[in-house]
Design a protein around this ligand. Sequence first.
Ligand SMILES: [Zn+2]
Length: 76
Amino acid sequence: MFTGQYYCQSCNKETIHNEVLIRKPSRYDNDPTIFGRIKLLLHAFINGGHYYDMDRYVTCQTCGRRELDNKGSEFE
Ligand SMILES: [Zn+2]
């Protein structure tokens, strides 16, 4: 878990935020079969591991507002 100072639109100032990575839903997620699970794993593997399908969010520690923040994509 990383924390940092980000501008919060709700608080209208820079506040402490936690960064969280949440996996984007995949089209294989609703496949209940074992084969579907395997396809999901292969899909993640082929696309370069778990970071590929992650969205980065920052959560304000003052008001709890969560915002998608994929601007820092220099790690991709
Ligand atoms: Zn806030």
